[in-house]
Design a protein around this ligand. Structure first.
Ligand code: ATP
Ligand code: MG
Length: 329
């Protein structure tokens, strides 16, 4: 059972599915195979929290994010934004919601026009948003303050700035219109470890000082540990475990999450780890059937239930859900 509808939620996501057709048979539609990128996923994002989605490459993280922003049409399920159903809206109808939802990506350099100074990029954006000169000046200065960069960056070209500075500027640009919701898709994966912490701290400050709601996508569970309030762990298109970050880390239950946590690199070469090594690759998500998707890599695998029935998320604590048939063993 998922939590009830609640005004505290900015997003309510109910049983969404996104299948990508793998073939193009115009006259034999029944033969088309589908890749189940997102398969019956439900979660709620509270206003003012950082919600993390974690999983290996190909597990469906970005697809979930794109569905929320209406960039993918979902095949079934429902998505509510501030209580309004937005799944099923046309592109034109989504326009009303667009300014309230913004996105930043993994590679900040690629998201800036290499020939434009940072200032030109920002003033150009202010023009698109129909701000007059005074308003634009004020807003851009405000934004630089938020990301703690000096005004001289406005005269620079993207290639003259570091990855960390550019990612801050990408965040500032995304927040120009004060959107209610920010999707950050692997925002620190391309950055040096020393810079990652600065960006993570900045996101925490945005939440604490401005009440910014952020969906934070990452393949690295350790990166989100101190940043996210709630974490959903996805595996092959489904959520296997979800809960408050505190609960999830102190009382981890799903064998997949356990493996992810134990797979973190050692902080010191002599440090002992009790790594659970994940055997085998993530299986193919094409025309996947019933049964637990983690079954072929799971240490708890049992014949029968695990291969025959897909485990549903069960509430196991105040703010903790797990999808596993053999939780207590
Ligand atoms: N537009 C598309 N058409 C067909 N298949 C797609 C499309 N977008 C994603 N997929 C497939 O859906 C699955 C999930 O992809 P997605 O990009 O959501 O994963 P991810 O968790 O974000 O991975 P990564 O960590 O590598 O970014 C993958 O198997 C991917 O190949
Ligand atoms: Mg991705």
């Amino acid at each position: 059972m998922m939590p009830e509808r609640n005004d505290d939620f900015i997003f309510e996501v109910k049983g969404i599915k996104k299948y990508f057709p793998m073939d193009d048979y115009k006259f034999a539609k029944s033969k088309i195979r589908y890749l189940h990128a997102v398969d019956d996923v439900s979660f709620n994002i509270k206003r003012g929290e950082i919600f993390g989605i974690i999983g290996e490459s190909g597990s469906g993280k970005s697809t979930i994010g794109r569905c929320l922003l209406g960039l993918h049409k979902i095949d079934s399920g429902k998505i509510y934004f501030n209580g309004n159903e937005i799944s099923g809206l046309t592109k034109a109808q989504m326009k009303e919601y667009r300014p309230h939802m913004q996105m930043i990506f993994q590679n900040p350099l690629a998201s800036f026009n290499p020939k434009m100074t940072i200032g030109k990029t920002f003033y150009e954006l202010a023009r698109v948003y129909k701000m007059d000169k005074n308003e634009a000046d004020k807003r851009i200065k405000e934004q630089l303050k938020v990301i703690r960069l000096n005004e001289d960056v406005l005269n620079r070209l993207p290639k003259e700035l570091s990855g960390g500075q550019l990612q801050r500027l990408a965040i500032a640009r995304a927040l120009m219109l004060k959107p209610e919701f920010l999707l950050a898709d692997e925002p620190v994966s391309a950055l040096d470890v020393s810079v990652q912490a600065q960006i993570l701290n900045l996101m925490a400050d945005l939440r604490d000082d401005l009440g910014q709601t952020i969906l934070f996508i990452s393949h690295d569970l350790t990166v989100v540990r101190h940043t996210c309030d709630t974490v959903a762990v996805v595996y092959l298109g489904v959520i296997v475990e979800m809960g408050s970050a505190e609960e999830l880390y102190s009382n981890v239950m799903h064998p997949y999450t356990k493996a992810l946590i134990s797979a973190k690199p050692k902080e010191h070469p002599l440090q002992e780890t009790n790594r659970i090594l994940l055997e085998g690759d993530i299986p193919n998500a094409i025309d996947i059937g019933e049964g637990c998707r983690f079954a072929n890599r799971c240490s708890k695998f049992r014949k029968g239930l695990c291969s025959e029935r897909t485990p549903k998320l069960k509430k196991v604590g105040e703010n903790h859900w797990v999808a596993c048939h053999y939780l207590n063993e």
